[in-house]
Every structure is written in structure tokens, then in C-alpha cells.
Design a protein around this ligand. Structure first.
Ligand SMILES: Cc1ncc(COP(=O)(O)O)c(C=O)c1O
Length: 380
């Protein structure tokens, strides 16, 4: 049976970075957005807003806050109040602001590699030290949190920990036990947690996303959580994000760091967020089924047809982390770009432990994924 997500849509004339960065004949399976239409309630809300025709200064609406509060409660069993929300034009903005607000020169930020590259730029921006912890990995290739490694990664001046959960690029959805381990050690060492949970709605059963701030009131007190409907509903270009900060002192510091530099969410972002969170749930359910099928198809293809390439099935996100170290290729991303005409993210972009890997985005119609994989197989 065909799905709405099977539709191939030309994105070339839509200002898309994914579809315009490389030559015409390259299939882009890189940057983390989806080649799917957003839910129709989102498109309708945006059309109605455009039709109004006046685009003056917006104010963050109570209905926008209510939509977030309801979503977090229904989807993640997390009870927050509108006062605890700080609206932002991006999650990357949010974690950089958190570092600016909560640290001073001489202190350090803990990051876990491989990781979404902008985390590795935080220390330069905030003029603090970077304390890097390579994630532990089982023989089978599954990344996990090891208590001893986490403890050892902490230095005397580590002051903030950047958590990415669900994790990009490994696709891990950290378990309660793993989250408790990290939270407990952070609290013991008086380290703030900045938790990027942008991928929290894209999680495959039986895995379940647990916002780290829900572990206990004490953990919440030390945590800034960053969220957005951008990945979930394919509206990243609308820059609608928010922080949840239950500790009013932390929130004050975060808001102070924002003053004069960073605004909130623009009027299109608000319209899209409200529509998505209020009327997007059934679309999301269909999306998750489609993505899960793509993930399983990809896993099967990699296991049976790509010699020297291996992967662990992601628990969340629509990103696959392919280990190409057994292929003998010097630079797999360059090889696939030149010889398969498929654009992927080079593993080294995610930090040193990512070298020899590539990241593949499988949020595209199945025939696009099949085409990309056939090309990759042929190039090997
Ligand atoms: C973990 C993670 N955080 C943040 C972002 C980007 O967020 P934003 O566009 O809201 O800055 C991405 C995008 O891929 C991501 O994967």
C-alpha cells in the first residue's frame, strides 16, 4: 500500500540547503531535514497567516505556550508551566546561550563524541575549555554510557554538560539508568545539564524518550532542556524552538544572556508550532511507521549488500551511523560523493571518533533511499 510519504517532491527551487549544496546529479542524504510535506494542518495554518497579509511584530501568544505545555504532557508525561518556557529561534542558539549564561572563562563544557558538530564549537564561542568524552561502544557497535568513563571525563572545572538525547548521530535513546548515571554524577559535581532533546518525538518502539529533567526535581533544578517541533514536523526553516527551565534562577540567567541578541519565535514559526502540536499527532504516527520501515529496509540492505559497512539500528532519529572502516576507503564520504553521487555527512564532522563513518538521513521516500543505496552498493 502506498503512503503519503512515498510522494517525490522537487525541493530544488525551495531554498533547500540539502538539495542545492551539491551538483545536480547528486542524491542528497545528508542534512537532517525530511523530504516529506509537513502535516496539512501546518500548511493550512501558514497559508491562512500569509493570506492575512500583514506581518508586523508578533508577541508570543498564550496559545503557543499552551500548545507546548499540552504536547510535553501528552507526549512525554512532563508537566511544565508556560512560565518555565523561553522561546528561541533555534536549538543551536539555545545551547550556546546556555553556555554563555552559566559559565565563565576558566570553566569547561563536557561533550560526548561522536556528536552533532555545533556542540564542538560551543567552547570557542563561550571562551571556555572543552572536555571531550568519547562515548563507549560495545563490540557490536552500540554506543552506551559507562559510569566510570563519565566520571573520568569530568574535570575540576567542568561546569556544564551538553547532553544530546536522542543522540545525533548514533541514534541512541538513552535508557533511564543511563540518564540517572549522568544526572547523578553531574549533581554530585555541581555541573549544569543542557539537554538537547530536539529529536525526542522521533523514537521507535520499544524505546521511549525520557526528558532528563523528569528524573527528579533536583535534576530539573540543574537542567536547561531544549526542544522544537522542527525535526518532528519538518519545519526547521521556520526556526521555532524553546527551552524549558524550571529553576527560576537559571531561567533569569538564560534570559539575561539573550537580551539584545536573540529574540523569540517569529509569527510563521508560532503558527506552525501551534498547528503541529495541536493537530499533527496522527500524521506523526504515520510518519514514525514509515521511518521505521525505512530504517529496517536500510539495516537489511547494509547488512546484506554493503560489504565492509555496518550499522546498529537507530532507536530514534531518522539518521543512520554507518561504520565504513572495513571498506578500506580512505574517506568514505568523499568516495560516495564522487563515485556514487550520494551526499552523506562525513563522520569526522562529528568529532575524531567519527572518522571512517558516514551519517545517512533516511527521511525520504523509499524509492529515493533505494536509489541512494543502490548507487552506494555499485560504488563499492
Ligand atoms: C541534535 C541537534 N540539535 C540541534 C539541531 C539544529 O537545531 P536548530 O536548527 O533549531 O538550531 C540539530 C539539527 O540537525 C540536531 O540534530
Amino acid at each position: 500500500m502506498s503512503s503519503r510519504f512515498d510522494q517525490n517532491i522537487n525541493r530544488k527551487d525551495s531554498d533547500s540547503v540539502k538539495w542545492n549544496r551539491y551538483a545536480e546529479d547528486v542524491l542528497p542524504l545528508w542534512v537532517a531535514d525530511m523530504d516529506f510535506l509537513s502535516p496539512s494542518p501546518v500548511i493550512k495554518a501558514l497559508c491562512e497567516r500569509v493570506q492575512h497579509g500583514i506581518f508586523g511584530y508578533p508577541e508570543t501568544q498564550q496559545s503557543t505556550k499552551d500548545a507546548v505545555v499540552d504536547w510535553l504532557w501528552k507526549e512525554h508525561n512532563w508537566s511544565v508551566t508556560s512560565e518555565e518556557l523561553v522561546f528561541l529561534p533555534g536549538v543551536v542558539v539555545g545551547f550556546n546561550l546556555a553556555a554563555h549564561a552559566l559559565t565563565k572563562p576558566g570553566q569547561g563544557v563536557l561533550v560526548q563524541t561522536p556528536t552533532y558538530r555545533p556542540f564542538l564549537n560551543v567552547s570557542d564561542h563561550a571562551k571556555i575549555e572543552q572536555h571531550e568524552m568519547p562515548l563507549d561502544r560495545t563490540k557490536g557497535g552500540k554506543y552506551f554510557i559507562h559510569k566510570t568513563s563519565f566520571k573520568q571525563a569530568i574535570q575540576e572545572n567542568t561546569h556544564i554538560f551538553m547532553l544530546c538525547n536522542p543522540q545525533n548521530p548514533t541514534g541512541r535513546v538513552f535508557s533511564k539508568a543511563e540518564l540517572e548515571t549522568m544526572a547523578e554524577i553531574c549533581l554530585k559535581n555541581n555541573i549544569f545539564i543542557c539537554s538537547d532533546e530536539i529529536h525526542s518525538d522521533i523514537v521507535f518502539a520499544p524505546h521511549k524518550h525520557i526528558p532528563i529533567a523528569t528524573l527528579s526535581p533536583e535534576v530539573a533544578k540543574h537542567t536547561i532542556t531544549l526542544l522544537s517541533p522542527s525535526k518532528t514536523f519538518n519545519i526547521a526553516g521556520l526556526k521555532a524552538s524553546y527551552a524549558v527551565i524550571t529553576n527560576s534562577e537559571l531561567r533569569k540567567r538564560f534570559i539575561a544572556a539573550k537580551q539584545g541578541l536573540v529574540g523569540g519565535v517569529n509569527l510563521f514559526g508560532q503558527a506552525a508550532l501551534r498547528a503541529a502540536y495541536t493537530n499533527g499527532k496522527s500524521w506523526l504516527e504515520e510518519l514514525l511507521t514509515y521511518l521505521e520501515n525505512n530504517r529496517d529496509f536500510l539495516f537489511d540492505f547494509v547488512s546484506t549488500k554493503l560489504d565492509g559497512v555496518s550499522m546498529v539500528s537507530p532507536e530514534g532519529t531518522y539518521l543512520a551511523w554507518l561504520d565504513c572502516r572495513e571498506t578500506g576507503l580512505n574517506d568514505p564520504q568523499k568516495h560516495f560523493l564522487a563515485n556514487a553521487k550520494v551526499a552523506l555527512n562525513p563522520g569526522g564532522w562529528f568529532g575524531k571518533p567519527g572518522e571512517g563513518f558516514v551519517r545517512l538521513n533516511f527521511a525520504c521516500p523509499r524509492n529515493t533511499l533505494q536509489e541512494g543505496l543502490d548507487r552506494i552498493a555499485h560504488s563499492l
